[in-house]
Design a protein around this ligand. Structure first.
Ligand code: DP6
Length: 328
């Protein structure tokens, strides 16, 4: 009745931005991401305790945070063959929240894997991805390692909306992602609210959906060929287009700050000097730089020279796994 799982966060190369179903977390478009190592979240779940308890990074979860976890556990209870009873869940991440990397993606992926195992259900990446998606959309892409594609699906029940691995981490071991933390503050508008505002009010939203959907197979092909330059260019334009759609929302949403723009400007200069480095940007000010192993030190130096407060160097990460080392 107790199981523990470890999962890595992921960074989207083609972003997910907007839901067609808020309750089931079904996206308007497909997306594609890279799983990041060595960052990870570990989660232990035990069913059959006295009452539901949810602990995240040393504090008792409340409100919406707690509800999201309980909802996922409820879905596991519905699938289990026996009555499971209340659950205790403890989760711990090994990277700073301030990095702006969605720790919720790794957290819900680890929770999905641990909860199913604690319920006696067999490992099944499709079922785990669908379950993780109920917690946070991007979490469905952290069940498997390497490059994962979240296929938007067509069905109203979401059973065809899950992520599949396109290439394992070992396909492109030379690829590097460097997280440049230019701002440690909490963002004003969370992804969940920002994407809704964009869907509801941005006149550019339909163009975003059409373009992002079309970029997924292009990105897949560039990853197959390990074409860093073309993939870097695709990542940048996809990030710009997500932010352009958000900027056009009412009220406008601007996640970038002066530090973000300063770093982006320097990347252009570095590229002119032959450094192969591009960026992507989630719903926050901290760019994630895309480069290769030979240039990760240069990418880190560039980020620091532009005022980055922290820099986290990442490599392609592996699958979410079960581990015997429980947190309680
Ligand atoms: C910009 O997955 O955090 O990082 O589904 O509402 O929980 P919810 O949102 P979330 O949004 C991620 C948005 C993004 C792009 C991406 O990861 O694809």
């Amino acid at each position: 009745m107790k199981a523990t799982a470890l999962a890595h966060p992921n960074i989207a190369l083609v972003k997910y931005w907007g839901k067609r179903d808020e309750a089931l977390i079904l996206p308007h478009q497909s997306s594609l991401s890279l799983t990041l190592s060595p960052l990870s979240v570990t989660t232990t779940v035990e069913f059959g305790v006295a009452s539901d308890q949810v602990e995240l990074n040393g504090h008792t979860a409340k409100g919406g945070e707690r509800d999201r976890v309980l909802r996922l556990l409820e879905s596991v209870r519905a699938q289990a063959k026996t009555a499971l009873g209340p659950a205790r869940m403890v989760s711990r991440g090994d990277f700073p929240m301030a990095a702006g990397l969605a720790s919720s993606a790794a957290g819900f992926a680890a929770l999905a894997v641990a909860a199913r195992a604690a319920a006696g259900l067999p490992r099944d990446t499709r079922a785990e991805s669908i379950l993780a998606r109920l917690g946070s959309g991007s979490a469905c892409r952290s069940i498997e390692g390497g490059f994962c594609e979240w296929q938007r699906g067509e069905r109203a029940d979401g059973e065809d909306s899950f992520a599949v691995q396109r290439f394992a981490a070992g396909h492109w071991p030379d690829l590097r992602m460097v997280v440049a933390v230019v701002d440690r503050g909490e963002k004003d508008v969370k992804s969940r609210d920002g994407m809704k505002q964009t869907v509801d009010t941005s006149p550019y939203y339909p163009a975003w959906v059409k373009d992002a959907e079309a970029e997924v197979p292009v990105a897949r092909e560039l990853i197959a060929r390990k074409d860093l330059q073309a993939l870097g260019e695709l990542c940048e334009r996809n990030a710009w287009r997500m932010h352009a759609a958000s900027l056009a929302a009412n009220p406008p949403l601007c996640y970038l700050n002066a530090g973000t723009l300063g770093l982006i400007q320097h990347l252009r200069e570095a590229r002119k000097k032959g450094v192969p480095v591009w960026f992507t940007l989630d719903a926050g000010p901290n760019p994630v730089l895309l480069t290769d192993a030979a240039h990760e030190v240069a990418a880190e130096a560039l980020a620091r020279a532009c005022g980055a407060l922290d820099v986290i160097r990442c490599v392609p990460g592996g699958d979410a796994t079960l581990t015997p080392e429980h947190l309680f």
